[in-house]
Design a protein. Structure first.
Length: 212
């Protein structure tokens, strides 16, 4: 994965030939006091791997940031660079893996190697009340991490379905969403109203939840 990530950063693509790619692991970012956590799969090869910030500079990010802004979780509806002034409000964004994987597919070993990072983020973000998992892999890995660390108390493992909601414990709610990848958005598997409904629901839950 490291070799491929660095190879992409060196070779680039024509449309970004004048960029100096980030080409390193991409950290999560956002409001340290956030109550909403958004979890994706991994940095995009020519998105976050280029800009150095999750969901920044690619089509998936355009979809995500538009919905976040619409429901008051950011100061803008798009972000193209890591230093463009874009900020998240009451929201933190991370991913299962920190490096762009070949063909956007992760191996079990790569997932396990990156697992400590998201576990640590969950530990240092004490105010999280709602988690949105973007895609089935992020959903499954998030559940596995929470169960391994005794964060979730579940009778049986939740099933991934767009818009599904699960109470993980007395304070955490998980919402499943299709990933805003071009494969999903171009085919109509995920539409704007479908994606917006997830963030509308998250906002409603946070409005209803009491602090603490």
């Amino acid at each position: 994965m490291v070799e491929w990530r660095e190879k992409v950063a060196r070779e680039k693509v024509a449309r970004f030939s004048d960029w100096e790619y980030w080409g390193k692991p991409v950290p999560g970012f956002g409001d340290p006091n956030a109550r909403l956590l958004v979890v994706g799969l991994a940095p995009a090869a020519h998105g976050a791997n280029r800009t150095g910030r999750m969901f920044t500079g690619d089509r998936s990010g355009e979809w995500l940031y538009r919905s976040l802004h619409k429901f008051g979780f950011s100061n803008g509806d798009n972000s193209s660079t890591a230093d463009d002034g874009f900020e998240l409000y009451d929201c933190y964004i991370t991913a299962v893996a920190r490096c762009a994987p070949p063909q956007n597919k992760l191996t079990k070993e790569e997932i396990e190697n990156c697992r400590p990072y998201i576990v640590e983020e969950l530990r240092i973000l004490p105010n999280i009340r709602v988690v949105i998992a973007l895609g089935k892999l992020a959903f499954d890995q998030l559940i596995n991490n929470l169960l391994k660390n005794d964060v979730a108390a579940l009778g049986k493992k939740p099933i991934f379905r767009h818009g599904a909601e699960y109470g993980l414990n007395s304070r955490l709610t998980l919402i499943a969403s299709y990933h805003p990848s071009q494969q999903n958005t171009f085919t109509g598997k995920l539409t704007r109203p479908m994606f917006d409904s997830v963030f509308r629901h998250a906002r409603g839950l946070l409005t209803a939840k009491k602090p603490g």
